[in-house]
Design a protein around this ligand. Structure first.
Ligand code: ACM
Length: 545
């Protein structure tokens, strides 16, 4: 059946029979299954030409959708089962989400052509008699997409939501702001996008590269775009987690509103949206006025991302250089007034302000693991990126954790060691390396391990100038990642990578039908290479930190 991610149990009927669907199967959609029925009509309908008419009352439909937590197998709200026999296919979810994942599995069973957007002439459709019983290992199965370094227009984001859903991934973390661009409309501060969403040029390659792309770059999502993205994701049981990065990674905001910066140290009015990569010294000033400004930003954001969609709001908190605060009389006065423990204490004061502010509004703060320094409210969660250590410390302290160690699951890192990899960055993280990524470090106590909500693969886009480059870095590795976070895998060294590769043969054909520009197993195609554009490869195996 070549399912990816592998289900818990999939038992093909021993006689090898297939159910051949009729010209237009009747759909019997039970109570609570409307979302999945609509999705099937839209997506499978496009591929097959089926309209999937409602089954007549009392008649068994050839395709039956049910919500029934007991029958779905009991492994949590996202569990499902599929039963295929002579009377067609029955999909049972423990919840709407479980049923939706069942529909994704059915699409895989129908074959790669089920991912096309129009039917091939004469194509008929059958599925093997089988029982599939399935449910995920983790509740947070995510991908972070950096739309700040290179903007991905809205249609590309909607496409990625479909790609995540096709792999049973359920979190899209959108990195909406950084030094190089501000990507979400904030009505009360229009210059954030009016100025902050545009830059004059971009470094072409990693920062070691002497080349520049002189084409101006930019773009942003209007508030209605965000509403559409969030609703589209919700229909596919994908949660969108927004990130506004503070107090570092904020030069685009400072370029738009110079008073947000450390005006007693630098002439912030002369700053522009950054055209280079790396970490800039231009960080937010630790003042009450800046807190009020960002409260206004978060107020609009909370309205765009309702709590039912994402209780979590990501505040970044990573890589905030302290040199301007050290030089700033205003920042030093603030440290004295607060009795803060130097500049690091000031950073944690800044983050803890939003921790409390979000908690008062029924939300949960999540941030990069630097936010641990200085202590957090009990409800706050941590994205462990500098390795496992931050996640381990957070989980042992009772905080929820999303594991995304850069040494393992940063998909901007190169996927092979050869000279043809486009703009090679970081360690070699091959398909097999990602397949053997383990989100729960063995040294965690069982109580701490329960705080690992799951994991996400992070896609930083400095050297991904368009969607084709994103596809190349993300696929096929996201398929391996999906199996890590969905399937119940043995220890990394015991995982059956050869078996996964065999299933990938079919999965590449699904990706072809979907139009995904993945890295072929034999290496990049001519137009996927970037000859002469410097990256920053790191040799050797990544440290286990
Ligand atoms: C990060 O990679 N700076 C979170």
């Amino acid at each position: 059946m070549d399912l990816i991610p592998a289900p818990r149990i999939a038992v093909p009927h021993e006689d090898g029979h297939h159910h051949a669907f009729g010209a237009d199967p009747a759909l019997d959609a039970g109570p609570g299954t409307e979302d999945t029925a609509r999705w099937l009509r839209r997506e499978l309908g496009a591929a097959t030409g089926w309209s999937l008419p409602d089954a007549a009352p009392g008649e068994p439909g050839e395709l039956r959708l049910r919500i029934d937590p007991v029958r779905a197998g009991g492994s949590g709200p996202e569990a499902y089962r599929i039963d295929i026999g002579a009377d067609g296919a029955e999909l049972t979810g423990a919840s709407g989400a479980g049923l939706f994942w069942a529909a994704q599995t059915l699409r895989q069973l129908l074959g790669p052509d089920a991912y096309r957007r129009a039917p091939l002439p004469g194509r008929t459709w059958s599925v093997p008699y089988a029982a599939v019983v399935d449910g995920p290992r983790f509740g947070w199965r995510g991908m972070m997409l950096d739309v700040a370094r290179h903007f991905m227009p809205k249609d590309g984001v909607l496409r990625y939501i479909d790609l995540l859903a096709a792999h049973k991934l359920n979190v899209l973390h959108l990195h909406l702001t950084d030094d190089q661009g501000w990507r979400v409309e904030i009505k009360r501060h229009p210059r954030l996008t009016g100025v902050g969403a545009w830059r004059a040029r971009s470094r072409w390659g990693h920062r070691a590269s002497p080349l520049w792309n002189e084409t101006p770059h930019g773009g942003f999502y209007t508030q209605d775009d965000i509403r559409e993205i969030v609703a589209y994701a919700a229909e596919r049981h994908v949660r969108v987690v927004p990130e506004i990065d503070v107090p570092g990674h904020s030069q685009a905001a400072i370029a738009a509103y110079p008073e947000l910066g450390n005006t007693d140290v630098v002439d912030t009015a002369a700053l522009e949206v950054w055209d280079d990569w790396g970490i800039t010294a231009n960080v937010l000033a630790p003042t009450e006025a800046v807190l009020r400004f960002y409260e206004g930003v978060f107020e609009e954001l909370l309205e765009l991302f309702p709590a039912e969609v994402s209780p979590f709001v990501h505040v970044g908190g990573d890589e905030c250089p302290k040199e301007q605060w050290r030089a700033s009389a205003t920042a030093q006065a603030r440290i004295a007034e607060l009795g803060a423990d130097g500049e690091d204490g000031l950073q944690s004061w800044f983050i803890r302000h939003f921790d409390g502010w979000l908690a008062e509004r029924g939300r949960r703060l999540i941030g990069w693991d630097e936010i641990l320094e200085g202590g957090l409210a009990p409800g706050a969660a941590v994205s462990s990126w500098r390795g496992y250590a931050g996640g381990i410390a957070a989980a042992e302290a009772g905080h929820d954790v999303v594991m995304c160690p850069e040494q393992q699951v940063y998909l901007d890192h190169r996927q092979a060691g050869g000279p043809d990899e486009p703009v090679p960055i970081g360690y070699v993280r091959s398909l097999e390396d990602v397949y053997r990524f383990e989100p729960v470090p063995p040294k965690l106590s069982p109580e701490a391990a329960a705080h690992v909500l799951g994991a996400q693969a992070n896609v930083w886009t400095e050297v991904m100038e368009h969607q084709g480059r994103v596809d190349y870095q993300v696929f096929p590795r996201l398929a391996a990642f999906a199996e890590v976070v969905w399937s119940w895998q043995p220890a990394p060294e015991e995982r059956d990578f050869a078996g996964f590769e065999e299933r990938m043969a079919t999965h590449y054909r699904r990706l072809d039908s979907l139009g995904v520009g993945y890295r072929p197993p034999g290496g990049p195609l001519a137009w996927q290479r970037r000859p002469g554009v410097l990256g920053r490869p790191i040799e050797g195996e990544p440290p286990n930190v």
